[in-house]
Design a protein around this ligand. Structure first.
Ligand SMILES: Cc1ncc(COP(=O)(O)O)c(C=O)c1O
Length: 402
C-alpha cells in the first residue's frame, strides 16, 4: 500500500538535506567499525552552558509546563528586545519579536507569510541548503546571485543586477554557511537600502550572529532604523550561539504586521517553542554579561581552530582556502584537482571518506560544485588527525606553493 502514497506537489519539489545525508553516511561507516573523522557537522561540539540548563530545570520546577502565547511569553520577547538593545543599541519593541522552534522555523515562518506562487526569491550562491527548499515549498522561484567574483561576500551591486519586477525577497546569511565569509555592516546596509528602494524584502539569517572573529564585525540587521527595518525580517537562533541545537529555539524580529502574520501561521503549526526553554533563554538574555562570557569562551576556541586549520588545509596538494571571518566552516576550492582522476568535487569527497575516513560535505549541495565544506566544530585533535590523513592521501604542497 505504501507505494500508492502520493506526496504533495509542494513537498515533492523539495530535495532532502545534503548536509544531513553526508553526516548519515559518516555515522553508518562508523557503525561498521571504521574510525571516521566527521567534519560534516553543523553544530557546536560544546555542551550548553550549565547556567542555562539550570534555568531550564528552574522553569520546570516553577511549573512552566503549559501552553504559552504563540508569539512566545512576554518575558521571552522582552528579553530578546532588551538583549539586542544592550548588544547592538537597537530600538525595536517586544511586539516585533516572535519566538520560533529554531532558526529554521523562523525562516519558514518569514518566507511562508510573504511569498506567493511565482514570486522570485533572490538567493546568494553558495547558499545554505534549506533556502532553495523553502522557496520550492512556497512555489516561488529561486533566482541565484553568484558571489564568487567578490570572494563569496555579497554586494549591493550584485543584488541590484538581479532584481526584477517579480523579485519579492532576498535571503542573506552572514556570517555564512558554507563559506564562513562575513558581509561588512556597511555593505549590508547598502544591500538593504537597494532592496527597500526597489520594494524587495530581506530575510536576514543571523544564525551565526556572534561568530565573527576579531578584527571582524559582529553586526545585526536589527540595528537599522525603523524605515529600513520595515523591509527586514531577522531570523535568530540559540542553536549555534549558545550551543543549544537540540533545544529548538529561535525567533524572528520583523515589523508588527509581518510578525502578526508569522504568529498566526505558527499558531496553526508548532504553536510555540517549549515553555521552559523560553524561560531558560529569557533568563540567559537577562544576564548578558554572563551569557556573553560563555559565548566568548566558545568563540575563542573556534578561532584557535580556524587559525590552525586554514593554513594547514592550504598545505594539502590541490586545496585552496581563503581565511573565513566567521561561522565554523572552511570552504575549500578543489577545482585544481578536477579533470583527471576526479571529475567533480563529490568524487574528492568520496575519496576522502572511503580512503582516509575523513567525512566532509560536497559544495554542490550548496550550489558550489568544485568546493568542499570542512566544519571545525570538532576537537583540535580531530582536525590534526584529519589533515595528516589528507596529506597521506593527496600529498603535501611545497611551502612556496602553499
Ligand atoms: C545558515 C543556517 N541557518 C539556519 C540554521 C538553522 O538552525 P536552527 O534551526 O537549529 O536554529 C542553520 C543550521 O545549520 C544554518 O546553518
Amino acid at each position: 500500500m505504501a507505494d500508492q502514497f502520493k506526496v504533495s506537489d509542494n513537498v515533492a519539489k523539495m530535495r532532502a538535506s545534503s548536509t544531513l545525508r553526508a553526516a548519515q553516511i559518516a555515522s553508518a561507516l562508523r557503525e561498521e567499525g571504521h574510525d571516521v573523522i566527521d567534519l560534516t557537522v553543523g553544530e557546536p561540539d560544546f555542551d550548553t552552558p550549565d547556567f542555562i540548563k539550570q534555568f531550564a530545570s528552574e522553569g520546570l520546577q516553577k511549573g512552566l509546563t503549559r501552553y504559552t502565547a504563540s508569539a512566545g511569553t512576554r518575558q521571552f520577547t522582552e528579553a530578546v528586545a532588551a538583549f539586542y538593545a544592550e548588544q547592538f543599541g537597537t530600538s525595536f519593541s517586544p511586539s516585533e519579536v516572535a519566538a520560533a522552534c529554531g532558526g529554521k522555523q523562523a525562516l519558514f515562518n518569514a518566507a511562508c507569510t510573504l511569498l506567493n506562487p511565482g514570486d522570485d526569491v533572490l538567493i546568494p550562491r553558495p547558499y545554505w541548503v534549506t533556502f532553495p527548499e523553502i522557496a520550492a515549498f512556497c512555489r516561488a522561484n529561486a533566482v541565484y546571485v553568484d558571489t564568487e567574483a567578490t570572494g563569496f561576500i555579497l554586494t549591493a551591486d550584485e543584488v541590484r543586477s538581479k532584481i526584477t519586477d517579480r523579485s519579492r525577497l532576498l535571503i542573506i546569511n552572514s556570517p555564512n554557511n558554507p563559506s564562513g565569509r562575513v558581509i561588512p555592516g556597511d555593505e549590508i546596509r547598502r544591500i538593504i537600502e537597494t532592496c527597500a528602494e526597489l520594494g524587495v524584502y530581506v530575510l536576514a539569517d543571523e544564525c551565526y550572529l556572534f561568530f565573527a572573529y576579531p578584527p571582524g564585525e559582529v553586526f545585526s540587521s536589527a540595528s537599522f532604523p525603523a524605515e529600513l527595518r520595515e523591509f527586514v525580517c531577522v531570523a535568530g537562533s540559540f542553536s549555534k550561539t549558545f550551543a543549544m541545537t537540540g533545544w529548538r529555539i529561535g525567533y524572528t524580529i520583523a515589523n508588527e504586521a509581518w510578525t502578526k502574520a508569522m504568529v498566526k501561521l505558527q499558531s496553526h503549526s508548532a504553536t510555540h517553542p517549549t515553555s521552559f526553554v523560553q524561560y531558560a533563554c529569557a533568563r540567559a538574555m537577562e544576564d548578558p554579561e554572563r551569557s556573553m562570557t560563555a559565548v566568548r569562551q566558545m568563540l575563542a576556541e573556534y578561532e584557535r581552530r580556524r587559525d590552525w586549520l586554514i593554513p594547514a588545509l592550504n598545505t594539502i596538494e590541490g586545496f585552496k582556502c581563503d581565511m573565513p571571518e566567521g561561522a565554523f566552516y572552511a570552504f575549500v576550492d578543489v577545482r585544481d584537482m578536477l579533470g583527471g582522476k576526479y571529475a567533480r568535487s563529490a568524487d574528492v569527497v568520496e575519496a576522502m571518506l572511503t580512503e582516509a575516513y575523513v567525512a566532509t560535505t560536497d559544495g554542490a549541495g550548496f550550489g558550489a560544485d568544485g568546493f568542499i565544506r570542512f566544519s571545525y566544530a570538532t576537537s583540535m585533535d580531530n582536525l590534526k588527525a584529519a589533515v595528516d590523513r589528507l596529506h597521506t592521501l593527496f600529498g603535501t604542497r611545497s611551502a612556496t606553493a602553499a
